[in-house]
Design a protein around this ligand. Structure first.
Ligand code: FCB
Length: 463
């Protein structure tokens, strides 16, 4: 026993400066859609469109974090978090996506950042977690090259105001989701179902990342670190056939290499361009764009939830998020336990993506910026027994520890999520928080996983 920390001191220990975090995103937790001059985002429009979200839920109130952020930061301090990953709502800063900053919007995030710093919690700020100002969507959204230019201006405004106290900056969260769920399958805002447009959107998102990285460099102090967060997929074949191997190549191309290659190698994967040639000639990519997109960054954020198993087979019904992959079938791993999302649980997938990035791309510092699970939590008189979530987090943290032991520069881990929140198309039906939120009263109740995570942080290791 470590008497000082009061917890069992055996088991894997993490490096002394390992970052223990939790993550949220603006539209999922904030509520207060009209406060302080905020404009509408594509998620306001989408959520208010009948039929888009389970139970007709919207982010209008969410976890009321815009108003309750001080209580929530106190909660983070009680958990012992070393960092909080949150996102800034672009339409709070520029209600229409362009022009001068709305001072009241910046003031809010300054208060949040100052509150975090006062509690010894490092702010990790994401500039884009999917809430594009609606006005920009109306003029083409991510299908328009101009949106990338606008994004860099927004990045500069936020960087100039908060650069002196936010050490970690993330341009985009999961550009794959923003492009392909937003513009190909239409499951996410803005709900478009045009695969060629989605490929364009993916490029403009990456261009936005590169331009914003340059804009941030110009305003941040030299110590300011810039990153991007990708949802990398551990893609494996469900059969030993060459057709299954080809399906892996295609999905890996769209999920991983479409983002990693331009960032770190300076070009788009040729096979992906060939596979999708019947949809687009890729003329939206200008040669100089690749230099912008591959502007060096300091850190790569990885979000990982579940493995991806593929084979050949009949098309996904309805609009697919995978352009030109009509004959790819997604397979549930046999005997896999699943979460309330129906996602298979396999921590080896996290091992796969971390090692892959480390071995095949520039060995740059990594952070797991999201990992976690939704389960059918039940709030009882004494809290929420969520042993499955604890097991999930423990398994994945073991993989993180192994990767560090193997020499990979993995600097931190952020649980998704601090709080139950608006889970996009699923609304409030899916709970990912380690802290339960009663949406009627906004009461926060620690689930067992929150107590467990606090102990992990205290001992800086697993039991
Ligand atoms: C990720 C998103 C995050 C959350 C989790 C469950 O794709 O970045 O906002 O919805 O999934």
């Amino acid at each position: 026993m470590n008497a000082a920390r009061g917890v069992n001191d055996q088991g894997p220990r993490f490096p002394e400066d390992f970052v223990w975090g939790a993550a949220t995103a603006a539209y999922q937790v904030e509520g207060s859609p009209d406060a302080d001059g905020r404009g509408p985002s594509i998620w306001d429009t989408f959520a208010h469109t009948p039929g888009r979200i389970t139970n007709g839920d919207t982010g209008d109130v969410a976890a009321d974090h815009y108003r309750l952020f001080r209580d929530d930061v106190a909660l983070m301090a009680d958990l012992g978090l070393s960092a909080y990953r949150f996102s800034v709502s672009w339409p709070r800063i520029q209600p229409g996506g362009k022009g001068p900053a709305n001072p009241a919007g910046l003031d809010h995030y300054e208060r949040l950042v100052d509150e975090l710093l006062a509690r010894g919690i490092t702010p990790m700020l994401t500039l884009y977690h999917w809430d594009l100002p609606q006005e920009l969507e109306d003029s083409g959204g991510w299908g328009a090259r101009d949106t990338a230019v606008r994004f860099a201006e927004y990045a500069e405004l936020v960087g100039a105001r908060l650069g002196d106290r936010v050490p970690l900056w993330t341009t985009l969260n999961e550009p794959w989701c923003a492009a392909f769920l937003g513009y190909a399958s239409g499951e996410h805002a803005p709900g478009r179902t045009d695969p060629a447009l989605a490929l364009r959107a993916a490029h403009h998102l990456m261009l936005a990342h590169g331009l914003a990285t340059q804009a941030l460099r110009a305003v941040l102090p030299p110590s300011g670190q810039v990153s991007v967060t990708l949802n990398l997929a551990a893609v494996l074949p469900a059969a030993t056939s060459s057709a299954a191997t080809n399906a892996v190549r295609r999905i890996d191309g769209l999920a991983n290499r479409l983002f990693l290659d331009p960032l770190f190698v300076g070009h788009y994967p040729v096979d992906v361009q060939q596979d999708t040639a019947r949809l687009t000639d890729w003329s939206f990519v200008r040669p100089e764009d690749l230099d912008v997109i591959s502007t060096p960054i300091d850190l790569l954020g990885i979000n990982y939830y579940s493995p991806t198993l593929v084979d050949v087979g009949p098309a996904i019904e309805g609009p697919s998020p995978w352009p030109a992959c009509e004959n790819v079938r997604f397979v549930q791993p046999p005997n896999a336990r699943t979460t309330a999302m129906g996602w298979a649980i396999d921590a080896q997938g996290l091992r796969n993506v971390v090692h892959r990035v480390h071995e095949q791309y520039h060995p740059l510092p990594l952070m797991i910026t999201e990992n976690g699970a939704a389960f059918e939590d039940e709030l009882g008189v004494d809290g929420v027994r969520d042993d499955e979530r604890i097991a999930y987090l423990r398994d994945h943290l073991e993989v993180v520890h192994e990767a560090i032991t193997a020499g990979i520069d993995l600097r931190g881990y952020f649980v998704w999520s601090l709080l139950d929140n608006f889970e996009w198309a699923y609304g409030y039906a899916k709970r990912f928080g380690i802290v339960h939120v009663d949406y009627a009263t906004q009461a926060r109740v620690w689930k067992d996983s929150a107590h467990w995570y606090r102990d992990v942080i205290r001992r800086n290791g697993l039991e």
